[in-house]
Structures are given as structure tokens and as C-alpha cells.
Design a binder for this molecule. Structure first.
Ligand code: 5GP
Ligand code: ZN
Length: 119
């Protein structure tokens, strides 16, 4: 269902363990790791192991996978102690949103007050 991963996809390489990362969760379908440039006291990323360049490439049939990511994000946020204080889930998609890594990833940010609207 997912597109063949480009050999040099950064997040596919992290999932495969070719590039080190601070792993916070892994199962058969998902991989979560700390963002290397945290924008908040808590800032981790969740990706599906399957390669999709962005939300634009995810087929409607993969709805369960997207739902699973949200529930896993919630669970990890809870374990990191920000379930009650609050957190933000960000899915940057393509150019205007500032997507820089083209393997779909959800940011989970928390541990401080987050301004709204974003810049
Ligand atoms: P985007 O701007 O595409 O939504 O987010 C990409 C995120 O990936 C950024 O927050 C950036 O700090 C993070 N990132 C980029 N390269 C690496 C890396 O090699 N390791 C980790 N852990 N995070 C990375
Ligand atoms: Zn990839």
C-alpha cells in the first residue's frame, strides 16, 4: 500500500537503524523518536514504518493507520507527563506548511505553553 521507499529517505533510514535516534516507541507499524532539534521540552516524532512522502500520498484505505498514530501519540504524551497539561500534534504537509522531511511524520510538542496561531 505504501510507496517504495527512496533509498535515501532519512526517516526510513532511522526506522532501519542506519541513523541513530532516541527511540521512544516501536511496534510492527509505527516508530517514534525524539526530534533532534526540539522546539519544546517534549518534542518527539511518530512515523509509520511504511513510506509515504506526506499526507497527500496516504490512501483513504490507510485510515486505521492514521488513527493508530493519534492514539499512540496520546499514550506516549501521557507517559511523558503532558497528557493533562496539554500537547500539540502537528502534521506539516508540503511546501507552505514547511515540511522538510518527505516521509510523513507527526510532531508531538508539549511541556510549555504553545502559542497560537503559528507563525
Ligand atoms: P518537518 O519540518 O518536515 O515537519 O519536520 C522535520 C523534523 O525532523 C524537524 O523538526 C527536524 O528537527 C527533524 N529532524 C531532521 N533530521 C533529523 C534527524 O536526523 N534525526 C531526528 N531525530 N530528527 C530530525
Ligand atoms: Zn521513508
Amino acid at each position: 500500500m505504501s510507496a517504495p521507499a527512496p533509498a535515501d529517505c532519512l526517516f526510513c533510514r532511522i526506522v532501519r537503524g542506519e541513523i541513530p535516534a532516541k527511540v521512544v516507541f516501536e511496534d510492527e507499524r509505527l516508530f517514534a523518536f525524539e526530534d533532534v532539534r526540539p522546539m519544546a521540552p517534549v518534542h518527539f516524532l511518530i512515523v509509520p514504518k511504511a513510506h509515504f512522502a506526506s499526507l497527500n500520498e496516504v490512501p483513504e484505505g490507510a485510515g486505521a493507520l492514521l488513527g493508530e498514530i493519534l492514539f499512540r501519540a496520546r499514550e506516549i504524551a501521557r507517559k511523558k507527563g503532558i497528557g493533562g497539561t496539554g500537547y500539540r500534534i502537528v502534521l506539516n504537509t508540503a511546501g507552505d506548511a514547511g515540511q522538510t522531511v518527505f516521509h510523513i511524520h507527526f510532531h508531538i510538542l508539549g511541556g510549555r505553553h504553545l502559542e497560537w496561531p503559528p507563525g
